[in-house]
Write a protein that binds this ligand. Structure first.
Ligand SMILES: NC(=O)NCCC[C@H](N)C(=O)O
Length: 258
């Protein structure tokens, strides 16, 4: 029976200083962001995911984007080493939380860099974005950690978005979805579906055909509903101003050993 736990991390006091790469800074309302985070984590729980909070990293503005400090494959947690040096102190408490949950821990070491947001798993295929935050050495270490476990790692160039998963994610049947202007090369994916909004390219699979996605993507939600899926919209507008999306606010742990 697959596990249904999800790591999350509460927004910290410096959230509004989060890094920006592709967007101009616009004011972030910290109170509203907290309310949106509470609704996001409540939606996970309502759909059967038990949430575990990673201890705060209050000096790290981007710590709420808990997907980036780790990549999971089966019960192995590969602790990442961000291409953004200011994000590296986020990993310590993530490692502690995963270790306490019984995960085996591996670590990306320098000069390798890797952000969890650059890794999209579709079954045993692991698409790894190489761009601003993940370098060739990080990719090499990802292969070394996961290929012995049965992963097939496919490198994907990322030049138009912060992370691979800022550009593409996947539906339950494995179809990769993306907002075409942000995808370097859709032909790298066996099946690609273009969605009408940037926010529509990020979905978190909740199980039973349900997809968590941003409320900013209603037309994409209609596309998914037309495919027989059930969109679950959540407003994450304050995090979108910081180049965050639904995927980066949690790490689902589906293969923990009992
Ligand atoms: N996986 C993700 O897409 N993470 C979003 C991180 C946003 C944050 N402001 C950053 O630039 O690192």
């Amino acid at each position: 029976m697959p596990s249904r736990k999800a790591l999350v991390r509460r927004p910290g006091p410096r959230l509004t200083e989060g890094l920006l790469t592709h967007l101009e800074r616009t004011p972030v309302d910290a109170g509203l962001a907290l309310a949106q985070w509470e609704s996001y984590t409540a939606a996970l729980r309502e759909h059967g995911w038990e949430t575990t909070e990673v201890a705060p990293a209050d000096d790290c503005p981007d710590a709420v984007f808990v997907e980036d400090p780790v990549v999971m494959f089966r019960d192995v947690a590969l602790i990442a080493r961000s291409g953004a040096a200011s994000r590296r102190p986020e990993t310590a408490a993530v490692e502690e939380a995963l270790s306490a949950l019984g995960c085996r821990i591996e670590r990306v070491t320098g000069p390798g860099t890797l952000d969890g947001g650059d890794v999209l798993k579709v079954g045993d295929t692991v698409y790894a974005g190489q761009g601003g935050r993940t370098n060739a050495e990080g990719l090499r270490q990802l292969r070394a950690a996961f290929e012995p476990l049965g992963a097939r790692v496919v490198a994907v160039p990322v030049s138009r978005a912060l992370h691979l998963k800022s550009a593409v994610t996947a539906l339950p049947d494995g179809t990769v979805i993306g907002y075409a202007p942000l995808v370097d090369d859709p032909s790298l994916f066996p099946r690609f579906l273009s969605v009408p909004e940037e926010g529509g390219s990020h979905v978190v699979l909740l199980g039973d055909g349900k997809l968590l996605l941003a409320a900013s993507a209603p037309r994409s939600a209609d596309v998914f509903a037309g495919l027989g899926l059930e969109p679950v919209p959540v407003d994450i507008g304050e995090f979108e101003k910081l180049e965050g999306c639904v995927t980066c606010l949690s790490v689902r742990l589906r293969d923990l050993r009992a």
